[in-house]
Design a protein around this ligand. Structure first.
Ligand code: GLU
Length: 404
């Protein structure tokens, strides 16, 4: 960037941290362009192609001339498909007027934060958290209130911790289950206990990011906190097609929320992006109406095998401590044993140093835990083939062994 003009930028942008996940993937791309054999385990993106039936629906949509502006909150047939998905997968009842389709779940979260949060409102964010939550709260001029968790509670908050964190200024909480970056999954019982606390504080909105819903390795499966009737009105469920349907680049996210919140998001979106990409929306109808057992299940099976491979590989690297992830496609090993160690003139003071070291020494791209609110860890995305993962683990092990 041209540093000369930095101070002319708005304060809002000067205070904004760039996305660490996207920065790391850009670094990896740059190195690859220079011909370096880099393995990227940085971005939360599957290596699968979008299923053929979804691609065929998009091709047909082009031929059917879906080339005009779409309704701001999404085509009626897509909103209906989203309602169908909520009923089928989550036993949640929403009317189409409660649905807003946006340009990815990230855009959905941004909209919700903009319409609910005023300057000075507190938003609770259990850590480790996804990199963009804090920045999206800051963009809404809210105050992020980070709630630390540790490996002792499997990186999950407890009802007692929640009760203590809520103040009259608390406007919302945002969390993901399954979690990016830890893979933690709240059980039905745990969500029930948290819902009991929220029900006592109806002024606290629950922004439940369920984008990894289908990538869940537990026998119990996914629960949405909105399933508890006592908190349904105060919950905004965020979901999308990127992860489960291998559609990251298509940018389709959506919310299910109280009608007045959905209407406000629609108004905001009408002034910012308008309705999202028309062709992608029609493809999304096919994706959501298909049987997830046919489209999503096979990919989840592959992730389960990769998870085993990664957990075993990480357990064979001295000094790393990894909590078992029960969902999503990330491992979040604790690397604190390597802090203070050096190789040549490189000293590891924090998780960023370690990620840069592993990028330059092992040619493996990972993301530092610091951006997820835990500097003792690093995030490894195992959305890559088993051969790639094996080679990455071999390189990481070798590079870490050089640190003394
Ligand atoms: N959510 C994914 C990740 O955490 C994609 C990149 C991003 O939007 O942050 O890697």
């Amino acid at each position: 960037m041209d540093n000369k003009h930095t101070t002319e930028l708005s304060g809002r942008i000067q205070r904004l941290e760039p996305s660490a996940t996207l920065l790391m993937s850009a670094k990896v791309r740059e190195l690859k362009a220079q011909g370096v054999d880099v393995i990227s385990l940085s971005l939360g993106e599957t290596d699968f192609f979008t299923p053929d039936v979804i691609k065929a629906a998009a091709k047909k949509a082009i031929d059917d001339n879906y080339s005009f502006y779409s309704p701001v909150a999404g085509y009626p047939e897509l909103k209906k498909a989203v309602c169908h998905k909520f009923k089928r997968d989550n036993n949640l009842t929403y009317e189409p007027s409660q649905i807003v389709v946006s340009t990815g779940a990230k855009n959905s979260i941004y909209n919700v934060m903009q319409v609910l949060v005023d300057a000075g409102d507190e938003v609770l964010i259990p850590a480790p958290y996804w990199v963009s939550y804090v920045e999206i709260v800051k963009l809404a001029e809210g105050t992020p209130v980070v709630m630390p968790t540790s490996i002792k509670t499997n990186y999950k908050i407890t009802p007692e911790q929640l009760e203590k964190a809520i103040t009259p200024r608390t406007k919302a909480i945002i969390y993901s289950s399954p979690s990016n970056p830890t893979g933690a999954v709240y059980t039905r019982e745990e969500l029930k206990a948290l819902a009991a606390v929220f029900a006592r504080h109806p002024h606290v909105f629950i922004i439940s990011d369920e984008i990894y819903e289908h990538i869940n390795f537990t026998a119990e499966g996914h629960t949405s906190i909105a399933e508890f009737p006592e908190v349904y009105p105060q919950t905004i469920v965020v979901n999308g097609l990127a992860k489960a349907y291998a559609m990251t680049g298509w940018r389709i996210g959506f919310i299910g929320a109280a009608q007045w919140i959905a209407k406000a998001c629609e108004n905001l979106q009408g002034q910012v992006t308008s309705g999202t990409n028309s062709v992608a929306q029609i493809a999304a109808v096919t994706a959501l109406m298909a049987d997830p057992k046919e489209i999503v299940k096979p990919m989840v099976g592959t992730f389960a095998a990769r998870r085993e491979l990664v957990l075993k590989g990480l357990s064979e690297i001295p000094g790393l401590k990894t909590d078992t992830p029960y969902g999503a496609f990330y491992a979040f090993p604790d690397i604190s044993a390597y802090k203070g160690k050096s190789f040549g003139d490189v000293k590891i003071n924090n998780s960023d140093d370690l990620c840069l070291y592993l990028l330059s020494e092992a040619h493996v791209g990972l993301v530092a835990g610091s951006s997820f609110g835990n500097d003792n860890c690093i995030r490894l995305s195992y959305a890559a083939s088993e051969d790639t993962l094996r080679e990455a683990l071999r390189r990481i092990k070798e590079a870490l062994a050089k640190l003394k």
